[in-house]
Design a protein around this ligand. Structure first.
Ligand SMILES: Cc1cc2nc3c(=O)[nH]c(=O)nc-3n(C[C@H](O)[C@H](O)[C@H](O)COP(=O)(O)OP(=O)(O)OC[C@H]3O[C@@H](n4cnc5c(N)ncnc54)[C@H](O)[C@@H]3O)c2cc1C
Length: 479
C-alpha cells in the first residue's frame, strides 16, 4: 500500500487537489491521499481503514458496518492490498478505502490446498508452505501481492503449463454489498465465482480463499538463445514437456536488433541431497538491479544487460527450489528515482502471432521512442472460467516494462504508445491486461473483452447501488 505523507503529496502535486477541496488546514487533515504503484494516481479518500482479517468475527462485523455506513452516505467502497495495480483499480475518490494488511495462511496437506484470508500476501503463503514441502501452484513473479487481489485480477505466473491463478482456486467466501456472505466456487454460486475472478473487487470483498498447492522441488535452469522468430513454437513445445515445471523467455530490448534475439529459460527437477530441500531463500533477480537500472537512457547498457543475461547468466548456472524462485520481492529491480516510475504493459498473443506483434512493436517504437526496459514472455493456458478472460485460448504473454517521468507530458506520451500497441494486439486476435494504466480507449476494452457488457450488467444486478467502485469502473464500465 502506498500512502502519501503530506510531504510526498506536495511532491506529486496532489496538494493542489487538497487545497481546492478543503480550504482550512484543519479540514485538509481530514482526507487521506492514497496512491498506487504507478505514483501517478493521488486520490483523496474520506475514510481509510487498515484492516486485519483476524479475528474473523471482528473483521466481518466491522466490514458490514463500514459497508452500511458508506452506502447510507452514498460513498463508494474500495479495497486494496499491496496497491501494485497502476490505474486506480484499488482506489476511488472520496471513498471508504480499506487497505488489507497481511493475514495468515493455513495449509491443508490432506486437501492439497491452502487457505488465505482477505489480505494474505504471497510471501506469507510461501513461508507457511515451504516447511511442509509445498509450493503455490500459480502466483505472479513477485511475492509482495495479495492472494485475494491476485484472484481479483486473475493474475498469471510462470509455473507451467497453468492458466491464470483462478484455475487453481477451489472456492472463495465473498461479502456482497448488502453484507450477505456467500461461498462461491465452480459448484456453488458459479456465476459470482466467474465474475469475481478477474472482477477487480467490484462484486464484493473476498474474506477467504482456498487454492491449490503442489510439491516443492529443486529445479535446474536450462538457457537457450535463439532468433526471436523461433521462440513461440519452441516455447509452446517446451511447456508441454512434463519435465518442464517453470519457464519464461526474454527478448532483446536495445534499439539496434530490437526484439530480434530471444532467450528461453526452462526449469526441470533436479535430485535433492539426502538432507532434503533447502529452505526457501529470497530469490535474486536474474538481472542485477544496477545493470537493469543503468538501461535508462543508455543503449550501451541495454546491450550489456543482454550479454549479462544470455552469456554470463547461463555460465553461472542456476539451481533453486520452486519456492525460492517464486520468493522474489518487487524491490529487487525497483526504481529509487522519485522523478520516474516503471510502467508495465501486458499483451496476450495467440502464439502463432507473436512474431507479427514484435514486428509491429519495432514499427511503433521507432516512431514513439519509449524508454523500454524489459520484455518477459510467459505461457498462459486457456481460461474458460472468468467472465473477463484475457486468455480465452492459450496465449503467450508479453510483459513489458517501460520507464517514464512522473509528468503529465510523459503520461500523455505513454497513453499514445499504449493505444497503438493495443490496436496492434487486437488486430492480431490478442488482448491486453487490465491492472495497469487506464490508457485504453473504451472501444478497445470492448473488443479485447467481448463479455464486458455482460460483466457490467451483472455488476449492476449484484450491486445495484454501485457501492464497490474504483477508477477502472468509472473509466471503462460505468456510465
Ligand atoms: C512489479 C510487478 C510485477 C507484476 N507481475 C505480474 C505477474 O507476473 N503476473 C501477473 O499476472 N500480474 C503481475 N503484476 C500485476 C499484479 O498481479 C496486479 O497489479 C495485482 O493486483 C497486484 O496485487 P496487489 O495486492 O497489489 O493488488 P491491489 O492493487 O491492491 O488490488 C488489485 C485489485 O484487487 C482488488 N482486491 C484486492 N483485495 C481484494 C479482496 N480481498 N476482495 C476483493 N477484491 C480485492 C482491488 O480492489 C483491486 O481492484 C505485476 C505488477 C507489478 C507492479
Amino acid at each position: 500500500m502506498i500512502s502519501h505523507t503530506r510531504r510526498a503529496v506536495l511532491k506529486t502535486g496532489a496538494a493542489t487537489l487538497l487545497a481546492q477541496g478543503f480550504p482550512g488546514p484543519a479540514a485538509a487533515q481530514r482526507r487521506t491521499v492514497l496512491n498506487d504503484a504507478s505514483r501517478l494516481n493521488p486520490v483523496p479518500v474520506v475514510r481509510h481503514w487498515l484492516a486485519r482479517a483476524e479475528p474473523q468475527s471482528d473483521f466481518i462485523e466491522r466490514l458490514r458496518r463500514e459497508l452500511l455506513e458508506a452506502a447510507s452516505e452514498r460513498r463508494p467502497v474500495v479495497v486494496g492490498a499491496a496497491r501494485h495495480s497502476m490505474g486506480g483499480q484499488s482506489l476511488a475518490r472520496d471513498a471508504t478505502a480499506i487497505t488489507l494488511a497481511d493475514d495468515p495462511c493455513l495449509p491443508d496437506r490432506a486437501a492439497g490446498t491452502f487457505r488465505a484470508y482477505a489480505g494474505t500476501r504471497w510471501r506469507t503463503v510461501i513461508a507457511a508452505l515451504d516447511p511442509l514441502g509445498f509450493s503455490p501452484a500459480v502466483m505472479q513473479s513477485n511475492h509482495d501481492f495479495g492472494v485475494a487481489s491476485t484472484f481479483s485480477v486473475n493474475a498469471h505466473g510462470w509455473p507451467v503449463p497453468y492458466g491464470p491463478f483462478g484455475s487453481t482456486v477451489r472456492a472463495i467466501r465473498l461479502m456482497l454489498a448488502d453484507g450477505t456472505i456467500l461461498t462461491c466456487s465452480p459448484a456453488e454460486n458459479e456465476e459470482l465465482f466467474r465474475l469475481a475472478m478477474g472482477g477487480y473487487g467490484l462484486f464484493g470483498v473476498i474474506l477467504e480463499l482456498e487454492a491449490e498447492m503442489v510439491p516443492n522441488a529443486l529445479l535446474k535452469a536450462r538457457f537457450e538463445a535463439m532468433a526471436a522468430g523461433e521462440f513461440a513454437s519452441r516455447f509452446v513445445a517446451a511447456v508441454q514437456d512434463d519435465a518442464v515445471r517453470m519457464a519464461y523467455g526474454r527478448l532483446s530490448v536495445a534499439a539496434q536488433g530490437l526484439m530480434e534475439q530471444a532467450l528461453m529459460v526452462t526449469y526441470r527437477p533436479q535430485p535433492a541431497s539426502a538432507s532434503g530441500l533447502p529452505p526457501a531463500g529470497g530469490a535474486a533477480s536474474t538481472i542485477t538491479r544496477r545493470v537493469y537500472r543503468a538501461q535508462i537512457g543508455s543503449e550501451t547498457a541495454k546491450r550489456v544487460r543482454w550479454i549479462a543475461e544470455t552469456v554470463a547468466g547461463p555460465a553461472l548456472g542456476s539451481v533453486a527450489t520452486r519456492n525460492t524462485l517464486l520468493n522474489e520481492p518487487v524491490s529487487n529491480l525497483a526504481d529509487e528515482d522519485d522523478s520516474r516510475t516503471d510502467i508495465l504493459h501486458e499483451y496476450f498473443l495467440p502464439p502463432e502471432r507473436l512474431t507479427d506483434f514484435t514486428a509491429a512493436c519495432r514499427d511503433v517504437f521507432a516512431r514513439r521512442d519509449p524508454e523500454f526496459l524489459n520484455v518477459t514472455l510467459r505461457y498462459v493456458a486457456a481460461d474458460r472460467s472468468s467472465i473477463l478472460a484475457f486468455a480465452p485460448t492459450p496465449r503467450i504473454a508479453a510483459v513489458m516494462s517501460f520507464s517514464q517521468g512522473i509528468t503529465p507530458k510523459a503520461d500523455e506520451k505513454m497513453l499514445g504508445l499504449t493505444e497503438e500497441l493495443i490496436d496492434q494486439v487486437i488486430a492480431l486476435g490478442g488482448s491486453f491486461y487490465l491492472p495497469y494504466r487506464l490508457h485504453a480507449r473504451r472501444d478497445q476494452v470492448e473488443k479485447a473483452y467481448p463479455n464486458l457488457a455482460q460483466f457490467a450488467a451483472r455488476k449492476r444486478h449484484y450491486d445495484p447501488g454501485l457501492l464497490f467502485r474504483n477508477l477502472m469502473w468509472d473509466a471503462y464500465f460505468g456510465g
